[in-house]
Design a protein around this ligand. Structure first.
Ligand code: H2B
Length: 95
């Protein structure tokens, strides 16, 4: 069981990330990534996908050509948890 982050812990955890922000209307975080072309964007998505499958924590995402928009939340916590913060950091390292 994983708890959702609330209050100051939640605010600080999100503020400690690079460029991730809160999604309006739901308890989730998001970030938009830009690459030079589709091959770079899809290569990034492939790296993230392999990690996500291993970690059993998967992004919601939307891709158009060189743009990848990612949303992270934790279903069983019904909100943002440490799993999303950890995945966000890993994703940043893969971008
Ligand atoms: C049943 C399975 O453990 C879950 O649905 C996993 C898979 N991937 C997941 N990904 C994300 N982002 N949040 C989850 O809560 C989640 N849960």
């Amino acid at each position: 069981m994983v708890e959702k982050l609330t209050g100051a812990a939640r605010t600080e955890a999100i503020a400690g990330l690079d460029g991730w922000s809160e999604v309006e209307g739901r308890d989730a975080i998001s970030k938009s990534f830009r690459f030079s072309d589709f091959a770079e964007a899809f290569g990034f998505m492939t790296r993230v996908a392999f990690h996500a499958e291993k970690a059993d924590h998967h992004p919601e995402w939307f891709n158009v050509y060189s743009k990848v928009e990612i949303v992270l939340t934790t279903h069983e916590a019904d909100g943002v948890s440490e799993r999303d913060i950890a995945l966000a950091r890993t994703i940043d390292g893969m971008s």
